[in-house]
Design a protein around this ligand. Structure first.
Ligand SMILES: [Zn+2]
Ligand SMILES: [Zn+2]
Length: 249
């Protein structure tokens, strides 16, 4: 954090009330202590999840720690860590950030991440963190990439270089999230590319991909395929919100 930013945060923390991103009561933090404590106990990451795709496991899947979809069709990525469910208490804050462009919500979402999940991810052996990119057109329309706004301030080991400049996205219209997995997977092929200046750096390296929402996993699967085709040894997803069981049909 920069010197001026720290002074501003200290001053505003003492003088200016802000609304908690969960209960929306005014107090002095972007998430109040009550909400943070309750969230820390109930977040998806505390539950038995598929280590590959992060979905909550059904009882008969717990022994293998993998969901039936990942057993039938192993994805290109190696592991996924998802903070909470899409239907959970952070959904409104993410929508405020993404669709109402209320950037202050990114601070609250980062706080939730750092409080609940950052410690257990610190030891992960990876060299780079890339946010899932927006196309240039979408970036201009929205003004910021919500995944990067959250990811850039999460705590992680200093060995992990975060950058939004390596992984890029072409501008194509995609079927909406409710579309079937296969339709999305076909539409998404070739959607992403790497800045050629950095490809050599990826060889043999582990890469973390940060996404705000994971639904079918088709986007993250395509990114992992691209990274592995270009020499990355391992791809790990860090995801803010995970939808419940995806329509794998
Ligand atoms: Zn609260
Ligand atoms: Zn799975």
């Amino acid at each position: 954090m920069g010197f001026l930013e720290k002074i501003f945060q200290d001053l505003s923390g003492q003088g200016l009330p802000s609304a908690c991103i969960i209960c929306e009561r005014y107090q002095f933090n972007t998430i109040c202590k009550n909400c943070l404590d309750t969230f820390a106990t109930n977040a998806l990451i505390n539950y038995e999840c598929c280590y590959r795709c992060g979905i909550a496991l059904q009882a008969d899947e717990v022994a293998e720690q993998k969901c039936s979809s990942c057993i039938a069709n192993p994805p290109y990525f190696d592991a996924s860590y998802c903070l909470d469910r899409y239907e959970g208490v952070l959904q409104n804050a993410l929508h405020q950030l993404k669709y109402q462009k209320r950037l202050a919500y990114a601070h609250g979402l980062t706080t939730a991440w750092n409080h609940v999940i950052a410690d257990q991810l610190k030891a992960i052996d990876a060299s780079f963190l890339f946010p899932v990119p927006l196309s240039t057109q979408k970036l201009i329309a929205r003004g910021f990439n919500q995944s990067w706004e959250i990811a850039r301030k999460i705590y992680c080991g200093s060995h992990l270089l975060k950058t939004p400049f390596v992984l890029k996205r072409h501008h194509h219209e995609l079927p909406q999230a409710g579309e079937k997995f296969l339709a999305r997977r076909l539409a998404i092929q070739g959607m992403f590319y790497l800045d050629p200046r950095f490809i050599e750096l990826l060889r043999g390296k582990s890469v973390v991909i940060f996404d705000d929402v994971m639904t079918t996993g088709a986007t993250l699967n395509e990114i992992a395929r691209l990274l592995k085709d270009n020499g990355a040894s391992q791809v790990i997803n860090w995801v803010l919100l995970r939808t419940t069981r995806a329509p794998y049909v």
